[in-house]
Design a protein around this ligand. Structure first.
Ligand SMILES: NC(=O)c1ccc[n+]([C@@H]2O[C@H](COP(=O)([O-])OP(=O)(O)OC[C@H]3O[C@@H](n4cnc5c(N)ncnc54)[C@H](O)[C@@H]3O)[C@@H](O)[C@H]2O)c1
Length: 180
């Protein structure tokens, strides 16, 4: 029995699951026997590609939708055991010209998922992928997690903001779990 065997029959939501990392994760989780739902907005600027899910298309639930859609997010978060929240505007260069889009997806979209989880499914586990861009200019190597964070891009600022949301909700949800 390894830890991966615990994923069998687990209900997993992968946001951004048609993207580079999400699609590989979806394939791996299906192999492990997890029940995978992919939520992806298939925004043309980013890496979502149905071809990458082709081999597992009959074994997953695919929903074309957006983490900015609060109602949909609540519906999908409600019954899941694990959420991989990978949906993102992924370009630090684009974030300069599209700062509000970056805020909407990389911060508010993630806040939607966290808030749905706190309200309706605090027992679920959630995973967030931040970015090295939160660190900005590197002062000491190797870069430890405790390295100062001074992001030099809007993308890095919003990834750092999202990190703070996750840290806050980790505490808030632990309190909800503790009070039940
Ligand atoms: N690939 C890397 O090297 C790397 C490094 C650091 C962090 N990350 C983070 O990992 C995550 C996945 O990155 P990736 O490389 O697979 O990117 P990707 O562009 O291949 O995948 C992102 C997916 O998110 C989807 N998406 C975008 N906005 C959405 C929204 N509002 N609602 C639902 N889906 C939406 C896109 O359609 C796309 O399929 C991102 O959060 C990214 O910031 C990636």
């Amino acid at each position: 029995m390894n830890n991966f065997s615990k994923l069998k029959n687990k209900k997993v939501l992968i946001t951004g699951g048609a993207g580079f990392i999400g699609s590989s994760l979806a394939i791996a989780l299906v192999k492990l026997g997890a029940k995978v739902t992919v939520l992806d907005a298939m925004l043309s600027l980013y890496g979502g590609n149905m071809f990458d899910l082709h081999d597992i298309k009959d074994k997953i639930v695919f929903i074309k939708g957006d983490i900015r859609d609060k109602k949909l997010v609540v519906k999908l978060v409600k019954n899941k055991d694990i959420i991989f929240n990978l949906a993102a505007q992924v370009s630090y260069l684009d974030s300069k010209d599209l700062p509000f889009l970056d805020l909407d997806i990389n911060a508010i979209g993630h806040l939607n998922v966290l808030e749905a989880m706190r309200r309706y499914n605090p027992k679920a586990k959630i995973l967030f992928s931040s970015s090295r861009m939160v660190y900005g200019k590197i002062l000491t190597k190797p870069v430890k997690e405790s390295h100062p964070t001074n992001p030099l891009s809007i993308y890095g600022i919003h990834k750092l903001l999202a990190e703070k949301y996750y840290a806050y909700y980790h505490q808030a949800i632990l309190m909800v779990r503790g009070s039940k």
